[in-house]
Design a protein around this ligand. Structure first.
Ligand SMILES: [Zn+2]
Length: 395
């Protein structure tokens, strides 16, 4: 083996609290961050089921005042962040304040952006803080601390240091990125995911699997996240079908929630690849939800990178699927890819871009807008022509 110098950094939430039913700890945990909490809620169902009211009660029991901000039901857009950061700023946020984000990746990313915009007031719009689209402003003040309480198992946004913000006019999907928006506390209660519908469980679960695989294979792959990715995949590959078809399975829900958390830690440190690069463009131009877009692209992303990452993919195949050490690397890699394709089919993920609304004339736009930071982690360098050909073959 050739020698490669070891040099890395690793970031993760300061505290991770994980366990069935542990949402009751939200008050005591929030109390360690402040006395007044702005609460971001990711779905009306969380209000209807009484969970948000309960969270307010648990906060109050620990002398934490709560202010419920608007509920959003879509991936956050520039206008959502700007409207809500105006609301937060009017409360004159400062020391002693915190954000509590409750919901899926969209709500958690919105919370991170609001935590930053609450204390960084050089611009009224978050656009100026996004990568490559605004004035390129940096955060100068520390964001408000954030407690993230995910209610889906997939994006791992409770453990990442970017907030993905969309715009449709002009079209872009870009990140606000800063290590200080990483949630201080990630509180995971897998019981909250029991009520997530099967299609969302499938798409978000495949997003986690995509994040684990892409971060493991990334050009920016790091040693600690690689070890965590193997653990995440060991849990998620057997559990995702059970979570989709038997929604109340505690074992499956715990496995998927833990795997999703690990996938967030992995991507925050190691970057991603082609599936996530294209998924951003599919979100902007075809309004495909993030998890579904990643899931549709995952098999193609593995095939694209199989030559340049044969050793790593073979290693995963041996570790995860028990493929014999005597099998050729080609066979081991093919077994891994076929396993992922089988999983996608078993949880109802479409195989063709046409099935998720992509039209042939959109391919040039998709190619152009796939070139974000995710794509920069893709192991194989892809020309525009090569990417266009991959997408055309998937129509
Ligand atoms: Zn993702």
């Amino acid at each position: 083996m050739s020698y490669a110098p070891l040099s890395y950094e690793f970031v993760a939430p300061r505290q991770i609290a994980f366990g069935w039913g542990r949402r009751t700890d939200v008050g005591a945990l929030a109390r360690t961050l402040g006395r007044r909490a702005f609460v971001v809620c990711g779905a009306p169902a969380l209000i209807e089921s009484g969970i948000i009211a309960e969270i307010g009660d648990w906060l109050r029991a620990e002398q934490v005042e709560s202010i419920l901000l608007e509920t959003i039901v879509h991936e956050p857009e520039v206008a959502d962040v700007d409207r809500l950061s105006d609301v937060v700023r009017r409360h004159r946020p400062g020391p002693g304040d915190l954000l509590v984000g409750v919901g899926g990746g969209a709500a958690l990313d919105l919370s991170k952006a609001l935590a930053a915009m609450a204390t960084n007031t050089a611009s009224p719009t978050v656009r100026d803080y996004l990568e490559n689209v605004g004035r390129g402003l940096k955060l100068t003040a520390a964001p408000l601390p954030l407690l993230a309480l995910p209610t889906t198992a997939g994006t791992g946004a409770e453990a990442t240091r970017n907030a993905v913000i969309s715009s449709y006019d002009p079209p872009f999907k870009k990140s606000l990125r800063d290590t200080r928006i990483l949630p201080q506390i990630a509180l995971l209660d897998p019981e909250l995911t029991v009520s997530v519908p099967p299609s969302t469980t499938a798409a978000s679960g495949m997003d986690a699997i995509t994040q684990l695989l892409e971060s493991y294979l990334s050009r920016k792959a790091q040693p600690i996240p690689q070890a965590l990715a193997v653990e995440g995949l060991e849990l998620a590959l057997p559990a995702i079908v059970e979570a989709v078809h038997d929604p109340s399975s505690r074992r499956a829900r715990e496995s998927m929630a833990h795997a999703a958390l690990l996938s967030g830690i992995c991507l925050a440190n190691s970057g991603l690849g082609m599936a996530h690069g294209v998924a951003a463009a599919l979100g902007v131009h075809c309004r495909v939800p993030h998890g579904l877009a990643c899931a549709v692209m995952l098999p193609a992303a593995l095939r694209v990178n199989r030559q340049v990452r044969q050793a790593q993919m073979a290693r995963l195949s041996h570790a995860l699927l028990g493929v014999s050490d005597s099998a050729s690397p080609e066979t081991a890699v093919e077994t891994l890819i076929e396993r992922i394709e089988t999983l996608c089919r078993a949880v109802g993920i479409p195989q063709r871009l046409g099935q998720i609304g992509v039209r042939p004339e959109q391919i040039p736009d998709l190619v152009r807008d796939s070139r974000g930071s995710s794509m920069s982690g893709n192991p194989r360098e892809l020309s525009d022509d090569a990417l266009a050909e991959i997408l055309e073959q998937m129509l």
